[in-house]
Design a protein around this ligand. Structure first.
Ligand code: FCB
Length: 480
């Protein structure tokens, strides 16, 4: 365990939050008119998720919102980032809306506000209504149009109470993992489809973003959450390795940042992928729609990557942290190898490297000096155990969050305009293809009883939120 001695402090205006996502916590997949999503289908397909786990029950948040909001209030959260389940609100993804689904989130939002917690709403965190996938999914343009309509409806419904609107969570995962490597729902494997999905997700963001601007105007904060990659060249003096890093930067970062913030797709991305697609799915006027600008960019950060030019002379290493296959996760980058990095690692196998957080935030603030940033996810999975004293002494998680917040503070000192931090996650939940085998929560879920148990990291986080200063890692075990 490493401890950073500084008791770094954060400005009083800094927003402290915790994040979750609908399919990962809600359960109740067949209740009150919810339609099936691609994750229900994917999880029910043998071999797709670890032990066939699905989100059918998850943390049962759907039935326990009051208890969970009480925990948030006790933690002292300023804000809670959650996502709306599209198939709960519009069961088939087009046409009729489901009043019971709309009401569920209306109550959640009202109860949060009542508890003094700001709702930070993500419209889409991966649970696409299955009928839209059956009609082509994100590689089909129609899905973006349907998303625009759904986005308009939720802004009309909740816009009087919700001010911070995030359209999409990590479109990188939706496109490349959902349609490229297939390790996420819907599990398709086509480079061309993955790239078409990239554009239609950007277009969907633009259409829903327009709804936010048109309906709420100046009063709203429009956001998009990206999992930007810090992919460093193995040998920074090698032109080949630097070019490998450039390719990954184009696919992972600029493929989303440029259309949304600058109104174009990068030339090098189009060139790198020209053997796969001619990008003719980008129609006239699309880039005006994607080019919404953002009031705040959501940044999810967990680990870093190290890349080099692959020469096809040995077996390829693909330690990119996404369990993706070399052939399809990175379209047009067959000649890029992802190297195993020095540890320590989390239970996901992701390397722990807080310097990547600082590098990312400082880099963003240089490229986009006027753009406020918000850490919308950061946290770690570890193999927690309940000790004999009944507590979960998750010192590794406390240390991880401590070190990453220290890195955020360092970036702020260097000029990055970071407005807040949301720990991933409020509670243990369904970690996608890993099912319930990975625990990210600061609150433990006992999956037999669905009991909520405060981990040491939760007590530590509460102390941080009380003081706006990083408490020592060692203090966590004694906090109550
Ligand atoms: C992010 C996802 C989130 C969670 C964390 C660990 O990619 O947005 O749902 O799974 O990773």
């Amino acid at each position: 365990m490493t401890t950073t001695p500084s008791a770094r402090t954060f400005p009083a205006s800094f927003v402290w939050g915790a994040a979750t996502a609908s399919y990962q916590i809600e359960g109740a997949v067949d209740e009150d008119g919810r339609g099936p999503s691609i994750w229900d289908t994917f999880a029910a397909t043998p071999g797709k998720t670890l032990d066939g786990h699905s989100g059918a029950v998850a943390a049962d948040h759907y039935h326990r919102t009051a208890e969970d909001i009480a925990i948030m209030k006790d933690l002292g959260l300023d804000a809670y980032r959650f996502s709306l389940a599209w198939p709960r609100i519009q069961p088939t993804g087009s046409g009729a809306f489901n009043q019971a689904g709309l009401d569920f989130y209306a109550r959640l939002i009202d109860d949060l506000l009542e508890a003094g917690i700001d709702p930070v709403v993500t419209m889409y965190h991966w649970d696409l209504p299955q009928p839209l996938e059956d009609a082509g999914g994100w590689p089909a343009r129609d899905t973006a149009l349907r998303f625009g309509e759904y986005g308009r409806k939720v802004v009309e419904t909740y816009g009087d109470r919700v001010k911070v609107w995030t359209t999409l969570n990590e479109p990188w995962c939706s496109s490349y993992l959902g349609y490229g490597s297939g390790v996420h729902a819907p599990g398709r494997t086509s480079d061309a489809d993955a790239l078409a999905a990239v554009h239609h997700l950007n277009l969907g963001h633009g259409l829903a973003g327009r709804a936010v601007r048109e309906i709420l105007g100046e009063g709203a904060t429009l956001s998009l959450t990206l999992n930007l990659h810090v992919a460093r060249p193995d040998d920074p003096t090698s032109a080949e390795d630097r070019d490998a890093a450039r390719k990954i930067d184009a696919l992972a970062n600029r493929a989303f940042l440029n259309p949304v913030l600058d109104g174009y797709y990068p030339e090098d991305l189009l060139a790198d992928t020209s053997a796969i697609t001619d990008w003719s799915f980008v129609q006239d006027g699309d880039l005006e729609i994607t080019h919404t600008g953002l009031d705040v960019l959501g940044v999810n950060f967990y680990s870093t990557q190290r890349v080099r030019r692959y020469t096809f002379e040995h077996e390829k290493t693909m330690a990119d942290g996404h369990g993706a296959s070399a052939a399809t996760a990175w379209p047009g980058a067959d000649d890029v190898e992802f190297l195993v990095q020095p540890g320590p690692y989390t239970a996901m196998g992701w390397n722990i490297d807080p310097s990547g957080m600082t590098e990312l935030l400082v880099g963003l603030s240089k490229t986009y000096p006027e753009l406020p940033l918000m850490i919308t996810e950061n946290g770690a999975a570890f193999d927690d155990v309940v000790s004999e004293d009944g507590r979960v002494h998750d010192v590794d998680r406390v240390s991880y969050v401590h070190r990453h917040l220290d890195a955020v503070g360092e970036a702020m000192e260097a000029g990055a305009d970071v407005r807040g931090y949301f720990v991933w996650s409020l509670m243990d939940n369904y970690e996608w293809a890993y099912g319930y085998h990975r625990r990210f929560g600061i609150i433990r879920i006992d999956y037999d009883t669905l009991e909520r148990i405060w981990k040491d990291s939760a007590y530590w986080y509460r102390e941080l939120l009380r003081t706006d200063a990083l408490p020592p890692v060692e203090s966590a075990a004694d906090l109550a």
